[in-house]
Ligand binder design. Structure first.
Ligand code: IMP
Ligand code: MG
Length: 178
């Protein structure tokens, strides 16, 4: 797989220390609160599994799968729930865990959807943020790294379902995206 990589943007070590830092902040902020991590499948799977082990609090985890219609590299904002939560979230402090926020359309939809179910709070934790591309107004409580407007893979993020298992964040060679 390494032969497909043009450049490593964030190394494994740098990712891991940021995840520990985010976990420590979340531990402080949610002390005494009924915390539910909502992992957005599939991209956030790697991040949430690292992050939850850095949160020193009792917590629950649940999963949602959503698809936003669009091409391989751009989302359209039309969102469909493929897999919903297994549990009610009333009274819970929900923290959505995401891989990357690009236009923000997918997450805006998800936040509104979850808020309508009566939780105590809904916040967002994303490992990557592409602020240049934001088209919707979104408040992000925890961000790992800001990345430039380039398509990135690894640490859960895919291109055509591949490269999720790279332990770092990278940009692929031009010819791979053809
Ligand atoms: P948004 O609705 O435009 O914010 O799209 C967010 C979703 O698009 C993310 O959860 C990813 O699944 C996908 N995505 C956006 N940018 C990238 C990228 O650079 N690499 C891989 N997936 C991406
Ligand atoms: Mg995703």
């Amino acid at each position: 797989m390494n032969k497909d990589i043009r450049e490593i943007l964030i190394t494994e070590d740098v990712l891991q220390s940021k995840v520990a830092e985010l976990g420590a902040k979340i531990t402080e902020d949610y002390n005494g609160k009924d915390l539910l991590l909502v992992c957005v499948l599939k991209g956030a799977v790697i991040f949430v599994s690292d992050l939850m082990r850095k949160i020193d609090l009792p917590l629950d985890i649940d999963f949602m799968a959503i698809s936003s219609y669009g091409s391989n590299t751009q989302s359209s904002g039309v969102v469909r729930i493929l897999k919903d939560l297994n549990t009610a979230i009333e009274g819970k402090h929900v923290l959505i865990v995401e891989d990357i926020i690009d236009s923000g359309l997918t997450l805006s939809y998800l936040v509104e959807n979850l808020k309508s179910r009566g939780p105590e709070s809904v916040e967002i934790c994303t490992i990557l943020d592409k602020p240049d591309r934001r088209t919707s107004d979104l408040e992000i409580k925890y961000t790992g790294f800001q990345v430039p407007d380039e398509f990135v893979v690894g640490y859960g993020l895919d291109y055509a379902e591949k490269y999720r298992n790279l332990p770092y964040i990278a940009i692929l060679k031009e010819e791979i995206y053809q």
